[in-house]
Design a protein around this ligand. Sequence first.
Ligand code: G4P
Length: 282
Amino acid sequence: MNFQWYPGHMTKAKRQMQEDIKLIDLVVEIVDARIPLSSRNPDIDELGKNKYRLIFMNKADLADRKITDKWSAYFKEKGYFVVSLDARSKNGMKSITDIIMEACKEKIERDLKRGIKNRPVRAMVVGIPNVGKSTFINSYAGRACAKTGNKPGVTKGKQWIRLSKNVELLDTPGILWPKFEDQMVGLRLALIGSIKDEILNIDELAIELIKYLKQAYPGVLAERYAIEEAEDNIELLCAIAKSRNCVSKGNELDYSKAAVLLLDDFRTGKLGKLSLEQPPEA
Ligand code: G4P
């Protein structure tokens, strides 16, 4: 399978990001907890150098908790502040402000020394499409937020959401582009549904998922579909089709229907909390 991304989008997105990043103190980078590395674009390290950095592993409700913990340790070791969360749930949003303040402690202390009190920390949310940037901004900013509008010295048209006296958030997230250097990255992004299914071969994608699950989470498919985990992956997809009565008109087994069902079950967490990627060994 071949995954592509168009350079035209990339250039425009990058230029926008370079502009926006000048305005902020803190980059809040959102990644998908099921594939924390494949869902991030490492160029953000260059773009966001000299800024405070916070990584949110979002959709943690769908990821394998033990592996998410390993990822937390991995990113912390690299010097990032890290939080895992479910951006749809508004619980825990209060503590996000505390983490932002913690991440920017140095700046706040420096301001205080200079006699500057209550100058809010300015943050921007960034991430590749579909990781939950808008969801997070909505949950975090809630209803009570006030848009602060244009300010002198700030690029015209930029809207800031004042979250408390301490934090202001740029209301439009920065869109990073996925990095497809490695085909496995493309595959993982496709599996979580971050690449339009229409341009993918769904049957092949389902077979790749079966292959991975059999090795990383043996027994999960057997339990969910009440089937034997056959050695042959096509046979296994066939067993899922039988078990779920995926048939086409002539009463023939419809593998594609089973493939869609399997992918959907995975993406919505019906197969359980599963991660597709482990941190690299140190
Ligand atoms: P983006 O701005 O980064 O592109 O992502 P967006 O917020 O639009 O979220 C993409 C999808 O991910 C949405 O689902 C959203 O509800 C879902 N989502 C966001 N955060 C979480 C999370 O922490 N856990 C889970 N399980 N899902 C999350 P959608 O199906 O595209 O839209 P909708 O059906 O929710 O409206």
